[in-house]
Design a binder for this molecule. Structure first.
Ligand code: MG
Length: 293
């Protein structure tokens, strides 16, 4: 199932995208519940509340697409340095703020982004030049948790997954480095583009899914989820060991090689740059960088 959260004539809705990708069948929900987007669907699924879609469909071309979960209930959980080629590229360019020298982390590196920095596809990433001169992109597969749990074992972890979306883990490298902890460098307003849609877990094979990122049409990142250092079950086991996970929690699983800071010389984002992140089942998450302010 492909789920899309949208605005249509000023009203927020959530629905199922047709197989041809042209029409939306809205879920029959109140205005208030619809405004939660995919979160309403995931929470209903977790509570085993059956949902129906309405008979009338809406052409996709008539809506504004929103982030699947426009305002997550909690911080987006993120994983750092989870693809080896990315670990080495940032070490080589002197951007490893954890003091690493290109070796794979022994344990997953976990940080988070504030829910308020989520934006949808086609929304603008703000480049605030008073804060950063090293604005960067990170294409990532994001896991959407479907069931509550704590102490989840690897072998059972996929039962807790609802599905997936794409996230651009936008990063201010200078802020990341200066403040050591990553929250400020990762949670600036608009630093979490998400979408364009979310898909249920049956649609993605984690053992072989390509994720790509272009900047102004130039291919920068081309990775495969098979190359994660810590796979999704390991991440869920690690995070949930002593922290309860809830339906609608989002885990961004780390970025492959090819970020701006990893290039030689580094190439950061600036005014009017267009970042496009693509995964075949989810589509293209497309965000332009605003005028520098
Ligand atoms: Mg990241």
């Amino acid at each position: 199932m492909k789920v899309i959260t949208y605005e249509y004539h000023g009203v927020l809705g959530v629905g199922v995208l047709s197989n041809d990708g042209l029409y939306i069948s809205p879920f029959a929900l109140s205005k208030e519940i619809s405004a939660l987007g995919l979160l309403a669907i995931v929470e209903a699924d977790a509570a085993e509340v059956p949902l129906k879609t309405m008979d009338d469909s809406i052409p996709l071309c008539e809506v504004k697409i929103l982030a699947p979960i426009p305002r997550p209930r909690r911080n987006i959980i993120c994983v750092g340095k989870n693809y080896f080629a990315h670990v080495t590229e940032i070490a080589d360019q002197g951007f490893d703020t954890t003091g690493g020298r290109g070796e794979a982390p022994e344990f997953p590196i976990i940080f988070s982004k504030f829910p308020e920095c989520v934006i949808g596809s086609e929304d603008e990433i703000i480049h605030n030049s008073k804060v950063t001169n090293q604005l960067d992109y990170e294409a990532e597969l994001a896991v959407i948790i479907g069931l509550p749990g704590r102490g989840i074992k690897k072998s059972d972890a996929m039962n807790y997954v609802w599905g997936y979306t794409l996230v651009n883990d936008v990063s201010a490298r200078d802020v990341q480095g200066r403040h050591k902890q990553w929250l400020l460098g990762k949670s600036q307003d608009t630093f979490c583009p998400m979408g364009p849609i979310a898909v249920s877990k049956d649609l993605i094979d984690l053992s072989n899914t390509e994720i790509k990122c272009w900047v102004n049409g130039e291919l920068r990142q081309s990775g495969n989820t098979a190359s994660m250092i810590f796979d999704v079950p390991t991440l869920i086991e690690t995070i949930s060991a002593g922290i309860s996970l809830y339906p609608g929690d989002i885990i961004a699983t780390g970025t492959p090689a090819g970020v701006g800071a990893g290039l030689n010389p580094p190439r950061f984002l600036g005014h009017d740059d267009l970042v496009e992140i693509h995964l075949s089942e989810i589509g293209t998450l497309r965000n332009r960088v605003s005028a520098t302010s």
